[in-house]
Every structure is written in structure tokens, then in C-alpha cells.
Design a binder for this molecule. Structure first.
Ligand code: MSP
Length: 691
């Protein structure tokens, strides 16, 4: 029997439109689900809308609509958005559907029958934005202001049913201990554990002062607390219209870090109370970080302005415009590029930034130069798969790199780490590009046709494997690659694991169909148009304050230090600075945003009229080497550096040293007895992440 995989997104509140933040979660769930489908697992992805509660009732009132009418409209907008972002959920649940209502009421009855629901009075503070109860110490004083919504919490005093959450503290702690990967990233487990250790209060699970909710069985003047209703969707959706309960327990509930507590504490407590055993609790709750856009917090204005669907459509148009007439009819890749950038640029689990500049840079380098170019460098050599001769050391080296990377990518996807999976896949792409450089098919073409056949066949097989590995993130690109490689579209089926732990062999004579470039170079004007169109609107005061307080947008501000030492080391001048004392603690999330990688210096030369600078090319696994201008000429002769495996900070904003010298990263160095020394590592492949 094929193993199975069940992934969920949060169900989205319908007081908002789908935006980059919600798209991020849904795309991540889709990527994981597609990966499991390729592995031959019976896989299921669930998303939907969370429609009850005071927040939604008020949003509907503000529009002068009945809540049900408002719900139908916004829920339909969510449902229509996901396919436009390449997402293929198996089910879309609405909490206003009868199938959900009935199953939630049944859950309530089960919990009540266990004696875990009792009637009392609630008096306290409630933030409607969070739909959560708070104590004064959770809120900003004076004024009991919610730290997330910047509005005062409301006082609530009413009759309410309570859930005996306090009874489940020890059981939850035991579960966390026995299942150390239940909360991911691991760093967030502490936060959850300390919340439980501090002692759990019973939870108010019904309201009487508004009506837009699921009636409490036997006491319909109460409606259920919206989180009781909402969390249950993960289970209720499996019961109808078909019985899919074999998918329970969920393998992973994905969500943003703001709603981790509901999933890691309340949800398993409800389930334990309803009689589910430990083996029937969700296997993992994975909280991803928060996205900023060009360094700005996702304010309401920004959410409405930067639509991921529009970015994808505009990019598709730009790529089609870059191709001659007939070729422009190929399936557009804009959606795939957005998916790729969201998964690659933001280390999954950490906070991160998305910007149109970064997207265009990745489009040009990682997608165009590295992946697209690889295909274009191979296909012109043949119309059909040639017959492979004997494999030499170069082929063995490439095969070894592929095997290592495909195992690493699978392990990363298995651990729900799409960013790491892509890092691993791009090491194969880089290795295949290096292989072409070394194997030089253009020479073999003139001198040794049998050798040329081996080189081309090797690469065609590698490209086939790459098309499978990228397919969870970029299904359309994978399809276009496969078409050019003369392969059938991927058709996942339960029980058939198609992951290329070794590349699948191709039969000689199979047709190849060189097509138009998948990532054509964009015209300068088109790029400028995209940059202008998707530049963030001027930040509203609150958003800017929150974003700069939470994390500085480095490209927005050149620090005085960086200005004072422009020629330091490609970036902010770290190497040339004296040891800095008294640096405050850095939140782990901020540290984790650094894209540190092993790079191999492939060339180095002095910069004319700038004594301290070296102009380096460093292979950091992106396919094409990156240029780094480094202020280490006083400590190193250029030839000493070539071949060194150094540590490179890759995600600094590009730094212009004038006269066309633009640095795309910074080497890590240490000053030893007055000489700057690069930090080096032995035996690591270019692109290996430094963690
Ligand atoms: N309805 C609840 C979830 C109930 S699940 C049983 C809810 N909905 S929400 O629409 O407000 O948020 C949905 C998700 O979007 C959350 O996981 C939230 O973290 C995520 N994001 C909202 N803004 C975000 C960013 N700027 N960045 C990343 N994710 C963000 O909460």
C-alpha cells in the first residue's frame, strides 16, 4: 500500500483578500503535496475559509451585507486564487458548510460527554482582530493594546461555556517530549512549552453576544468560539463528501508563527479530550516566518497593492514579449517564478523579504543563467538521444554530485524544508554547468563524435532528473523542460516513486525537441516597467515603524560604517573594521536570514587604481560564478586565492564600487596578527549552505 501524506493550510479569514502572506502558506503546502505525489504517496492537501466569528460579522456589517452573502463572495475569491498560483488543493472547506457544522457539533458533544465542557461566566479581555482572549500582561499598557493589531482589546463579560484546558497541561508536555519534531522550527518549541508550563487556564469556548457562528448543541443562544470551530476543519473535511478519514492524522499543519499556539496547544488538547490517542494527534505543526515586501511589513495597503497573481501575470507577459511570435505561445512561467522565489529566497520557517528586485535578479541568474542556460547548452548538439559510450571521471563526478544532491533534496522535502531542497537541487544544476565547461562538447564535436554522444546523453539524463526534482516548485517549467527533452509529462500515481535518486536512463534514438528559451532574457525596459509597477507604495507610518523595529531593511539604509569603509570586503565593511564590542543579542530568526554558503574562488585579479581591492569570481552554486569585490589585496596575492573554498555571505544587496564594479556578496574573514585571513573550509561543494 502506498504511504500517505496529508498537509493543511490555515483556513483563511474572509475579512481580507488573498495576499502574498496567505499565498506563501498555500504555495508551500502545494509544494510539499506535489513532492509527495511524485514520491508515489497518496497525498491530500486541504485549504479553505474560516467564516464565523465577531470579526467576520463586523466586516460584513461594514459592507452592509448579511454575513452569509459576504462569506460567499470572499470565499469564492480565495477558491479562485489558488489555481492561479499553481496550487491544486484536493479539497476546499468552508466553515459555513453543513458538513463542517455537523461534524463540529459532534466533536463538541464528545468533549462534553467526557466532562470537559462546563457552563460559567467569562470576564476579561478579547481582541477581535486575533479572535483571542488575553490577560493584561499579554497586552501593551496603558490601554490594553493588542501588540499585533495595535488596537485596544475589548472587555467581555458574559455567560460562556468553558473547555477544561487546564486538565491537559501534563499530557501536552508529555506529547511534546515524546515527539520532539511536533513543533517546527525546533526553536519555537520552547515558546510553546513555556506557555504550557506556566499553567493553562480553562478556555472560554462560546459567546452569546453575537450570532454568526455554529450553535452550541442543546443551547443555541451560544455560538461556538471561532477557534474551536475553525481548528476542527482539518478533521471535518475528511469526513464528507467522501470518507477520507484514512488520511488522519495530518502529517503537517502549516501556518504562520502568529497562530502557532492555537495549533500546538488548543488543537491537540481538544483532540485528546475527544478521545484521540497520541498516535492520532497531528504529526507536526510547522510555523513559517512572516514576510515583508521590499522590507515593508504587510500593511493593509500593501496587501491590497502587491498581488502575487498580478506579479506572476506581469512576469508571464514580460517573458512572452521577450520571445519571437510563435514561441511566445508556450505555457507561461510567471507563476512558477513567483513560487520559486517565495520558496528559495525566504528560508522556510524564518522571517524573510520578498521583492521584485530580488525576483528579477533570481530570474536572471538562478533560473536563466543556471537552469535555462543548461538546457540551451545541451539541446543544440542533438535531435535525438545519442548512444552513451564509456563513462569517464567527469561523468562519474557529475553522477556522484547528482546522487548526493537528489538524496539531500528528498531529505529536505521530507523534513518540510523546501528552501533547503532547492539549495540542494541547484548544486546539481551548478555541477552540470561545470561539467559542460570541463567536458567541452564543442571540442568533442570536432574531434570525437563518440565522446560527444556520451556527453550529450549524460546531460540529457541529468536534465530529465532535474525536471522531476524541480516539479514540486515549478510544475509548468518542469513540463516545458520535459517536452524539450522528449519526455512524457510527469503523471504521479500512488505506489510509483519517480524521484530520481539516480537519473533515469534514456534509450538512444528518442527524439529531442529543442524549443524556445524557458527564461528568456528580459528587455531592459520591461524590467524597468516591472520594477516601477511593483515597487511598494510609500509606507504608511505604522507599517514602517513595525518593520524597522522588527528587522531593518538593509538595502534601505547604508550604515555610516559601510559608507566610511566602502572598499572593505564587498559588503558592509566587516573585515576592515576593528573588533566591534558590545553587540547586542541577535534574534535567531535574523541570523537565519543570512544566506551563507561555501564558494570556490575561480579567478582573482587586482583592481586598477584601487590598491586594496581584488576583483574575484566565486562559484557559490548558482551556475554562473558571482563577482565579489573584496578589500583584501593587502593580505593576499590574487593567485593565492584561486581554488580556495571560502565562506560567502550571498544575500547582501549588490554593492556598487563605481566604474562598473558591482559586488554580489562578501567573503567572511578574520584578522589574525594584522593580516586579514579568509575563512576556509575543506571538501565542501560550492553552494553548500553554512548553517
Ligand atoms: N483563520 C485563522 C486561521 C485558522 S486555522 C484553523 C487565521 N487566518 S488569517 O487569514 O488571518 O491568516 C492566515 C495565515 O496567513 C496565517 O498563518 C498567517 O500567519 C498568514 N499570514 C498573514 N500575513 C502574513 C505575512 N505577512 N507573512 C506570512 N504569513 C502571513 O489566522
Amino acid at each position: 500500500m502506498a504511504s500517505r501524506f496529508y498537509v493543511t493550510t490555515p483556513i483563511y479569514y474572509i475579512n481580507d483578500v488573498p495576499h502574498l502572506g496567505t499565498a506563501y502558506t498555500t504555495i508551500a503546502a502545494d509544494v510539499l503535496c506535489r513532492y509527495h505525489r511524485v514520491r508515489g504517496h497518496e497525498s491530500r492537501m486541504l485549504t479553505g475559509t474560516d467564516e464565523h466569528g465577531l470579526k467576520i460579522q463586523r466586516a460584513a456589517e461594514a459592507r452592509g451585507l448579511a454575513p452569509g452573502v459576504h462569506a460567499d463572495e470572499i470565499s469564492a475569491a480565495f477558491r479562485a486564487t489558488w489555481p492561479k498560483l499553481g496550487c491544486a488543493p484536493d479539497d476546499f472547506i468552508r466553515t459555513s458548510e453543513p458538513r463542517h457544522k455537523q461534524a463540529v457539533q459532534e466533536l463538541w458533544r464528545r468533549i462534553q460527554a467526557r466532562g470537559d465542557i462546563y457552563l460559567g461566566h467569562y470576564e476579561g479581555l478579547y481582541c477581535v482582530g486575533c479572535e483571542a482572549y488575553y490577560t493584561e500582561k499579554d497586552l501593551k499598557q496603558p490601554g490594553n493594546v493588542c501588540p499585533l493589531h495595535h488596537r485596544p482589546a475589548e472587555s467581555v463579560k458574559e455567560e460562556s461555556y468553558f473547555f477544561r484546558l487546564s486538565k491537559y497541561g501534563d499530557a501536552l508536555l508529555d506529547y511534546y517530549r515524546r515527539n520532539p519534531t511536533f513543533v517546527q522550527p525546533a526553536s519555537r518549541l520552547n515558546e510553546v512549552t513555556s506557555f504550557v508550563r506556566e499553567g493553562l487556564q480553562d478556555l472560554s469556548v462560546s459567546r452569546t453576544t453575537f450570532q454568526w457562528g455554529i450553535p452550541v448543541p442543546g443551547d443555541p443562544k451560544h455560538v461556538m468560539y471561532v477557534w474551536f470551530d475553525a481548528l476542527a476543519n482539518y478533521l471535518t473535511a475528511l469526513k464528507e463528501p467522501e470518507d477520507n478519514t484514512r488520511f488522519w492524522p495530518a502529517d503537517v499543519h502549516l501556518m504562520g508563527k502568529d497562530i502557532l499556539r492555537f495549533h500546538a496547544v488548543y488543537w491537540p488538547a481538544f483532540l485528546l479530550s475527544a478521545g484521540y490517542g497520541e498516535a492520532e494527534l497531528p504529526r507536526q505543526v510547522l510555523a513559517h516566518g512572516f514576510l515583508t515586501y521590499s522590507g515593508q511589513k504587510m500593511s493593509k495597503t500593501l496587501r491590497n497593492t502587491i498581488s502575487p497573481v498580478e506579479v506572476a501575470e506581469a512576469l508571464s507577459e514580460a517573458t512572452a514579449a521577450a520571445l519571437p511570435g510563435a514561441a511566445a505561445g508556450a505555457p507561461p512561467v510567471g507563476v512558477d517564478v513567483v513560487r520559486y522565489c517565495l520558496m528559495r529566497a525566504i528560508s522556510f520557517g524564518q522571517d524573510g523579504d520578498f521583492s521584485i528586485q530580488d525576483l528579477l535578479a533570481r530570474y536572471g541568474s538562478e533560473l536563466g543563467n543556471a537552469l535555462g542556460n543548461l538546457l540551451n547548452r545541451v539541446l543544440p548538439f542533438a535531435d535525438e538521444v545519442p548512444e552513451k559510450g564509456e563513462l569517464g571521471p567527469l561523468e562519474q563526478e557529475l553522477l556522484a554530485a547528482q546522487q548526493q544532491a537528489s538524496a539531500a533534496a528528498a531529505a529536505a522535502f521530507d523534513a518540510h524544508q523546501p528552501t533547503r531542497a532547492l539549495d540542494a537541487i541547484w548544486t546539481v544544476i551548478a555541477a552540470a554547468n561545470v561539467y559542460i565547461d570541463k567536458a567541452a562538447p564543442w571540442v568533442a564535436k570536432k574531434t570525437d563524435p563518440r565522446r560527444l554522444a556520451t556527453i550529450v546523453a549524460t546531460l540529457v539524463e541529468q536534465l530529465g532528473a532535474i525536471s522531476v526534482m524541480i516539479s514540486p516548485v515549478m510544475p509548468t517549467v518542469a513540463g516545458r523542460m520535459r517536452d524539450q527533452l522528449g519526455l512524457r509529462p510527469l503523471a504521479p500515481e500512488p505506489g510509483n516513486d519517480q524521484w530520481p535518486l539516480v537519473p533515469a536512463a534514456r534509450a538512444p534514438g528518442e527524439k529531442l525537441r529543442k524549443g524556445s528559451p524557458i527564461f528568456p532574457r528580459l528587455e531592459k525596459e520591461k524590467e524597468a516597467e516591472l520594477l516601477a509597477r511593483f515597487a511598494p507604495p510609500p509606507a504608511d507610518a505604522e507599517a514602517t515603524k513595525a518593520a524597522s523595529g522588527a528587522k531593518a531593511a538593509p538595502e534601505a539604509k547604508a550604515t555610516p560604517e559601510a559608507k566610511a569603509a566602502p572598499e572593505a570586503n564587498g559588503g558592509a565593511g566587516a573585515a576592515a573594521q576593528p573588533a566591534r564590542q558590545g553587540k547586542g543579542p541577535v534574534p535567531f530568526d535574523d541570523f537565519a536570514r543570512l544566506d551563507l554558503r561555501i564558494g570556490v574562488v575561480t579567478s582573482a585579479e587586482r583592481v586598477k587604481k584601487k590598491d586594496r581591492l581584488l576583483d574575484l569570481r566565486v562559484d557559490t552554486g548558482d551556475g554562473a560564478p558571482r563577482r565579489i569585490i573584496s578589500g583584501i589585496a593587502a593580505s593576499y596575492a590574487p593567485e593565492e586565492l584561486v581554488g580556495k573554498r571560502v565562506v560567502v555571505l550571498c544575500n547582501l544587496p549588490p554593492r556598487d564600487f563605481g566604474k562598473g564594479l558591482v559586488s554580489e556578496g562578501m567573503l567572511l574573514t578574520a584578522e589574525v596578527e594584522g593580516r586579514v585571513r579568509t575563512i576556509t573550509v575543506e571538501d565542501a561543494a560550492p553552494g553548500t549552505p553554512v548553517l
